[in-house]
Design a protein around this ligand. Structure first.
Ligand SMILES: [Zn+2]
Ligand SMILES: [Zn+2]
Length: 284
């Protein structure tokens, strides 16, 4: 079973626990390596997105930033704290980030400058937004749109995932079918779009996560769905388990079930830590 957990969030971003609390729980849960991957979300229009006032009310707006200067102000002391913590523990601590990909030259430039200074051990590519009609829209905005607009947004979502994979910037792709969170994209008609994204992942030689954050009694399935995971297995895409822990008690959640689910879908290529850090050296 996987002895590392790399998709986690801590206090100061949108997590509930400190690095020390996360490390203690990870060790107690049997992990020898903890990677911390707080959100790296930069877009000039983010503060006028529909979701932004909800984030302010919920107290997690600190993860949504409109400039690279501001994201660096957060990540510089955060990585210094992680590296200081590493020097005081025998557990292996890695510096990661969960990055929202945006397909513009401005974004790519700023991102490359940021990682050049921060030197993360790995970067997770994610897509929590699509830019539709001059607005940054999340999956809830997609769910609230008219059927016609919703389909356009979903198509944009999948195109953006494919572009993220093809960008060569990421170690692996997070929660690939995120719109499933609000019940979207389950229809067979999305197979073509899903397959294009998987082909981009396979061509880039990067990995994909099975994210156990979605397991709930009413939807007992991770991201991605069995349909996507079977297609990924057929393309021999390396897979890792991620708990997306925002609290220390969520570390390693449902890993046994997710591992079995992956095996049942035909996955045999489970990424090792060595593989992942190796991809990372090539991509970052
Ligand atoms: Zn995420
Ligand atoms: Zn996450």
């Amino acid at each position: 079973m996987q002895t590392f957990t790399l998709h986690t969030h801590t206090v100061g971003f949108d997590g509930a626990n400190t690095i020390a609390e996360m490390a203690a729980s990870a060790r107690a849960a049997g992990f020898s390596v903890l990677g911390v991957s707080n959100h790296f979300i930069v877009h000039p229009d983010i503060t006028r997105a529909r979701m932004y006032p909800h984030a302010v009310r919920g107290g997690y707006d600190a993860i949504y930033l409109d400039s690279f200067d501001r994201v660096m102000e957060k990540f510089r002391p955060h990585y210094a704290e992680l590296r200081k913590f590493q020097s005081d523990t025998d557990m292996r601590i890695l510096c990661g980030m969960e990055v929202d990909f945006f397909p513009t030259a401005w974004w790519r430039d700023g991102f490359l400058r940021a990682i050049d200074e921060l030197h993360p051990d790995y970067v997770i590519g994610s897509s929590h937004f699509v830019y539709y009609d001059d607005n940054l829209c999340n999956v809830h905005d997609m769910a609230n749109a008219t059927p016609d607009v919703r389909d356009k947004m979903l198509q944009m979502y999948w195109d953006k995932v494919a572009a993220a994979a093809a960008s060569g910037l990421f170690t692996w792709i997070a929660h690939i079918d995120l719109p499933k969170k609000v019940g979207l994209g389950r229809d067979e008609k999305w197979c073509t779009a899903e397959n294009r994204a998987l082909d981009a992942i396979a061509a880039a030689g990067i990995a994909m996560e099975i994210n156990t954050g979605l397991y709930k009694p009413e939807i007992y399935e991770p991201y991605p769905s069995a349909r996507i995971l079977r297609a990924a297995a057929a393309k021999n895409i390396p897979v890792l388990l991620s708990d997306d822990a925002h609290k220390s008690c969520q570390l390693g959640r449902h890993f046994d079930d997710a591992y079995k689910f992956a095996r049942d879908c035909g996955v045999t290529n489970f990424a090792t830590l060595h593989n992942l850090l190796d991809f990372s050296r090539k991509t970052i």
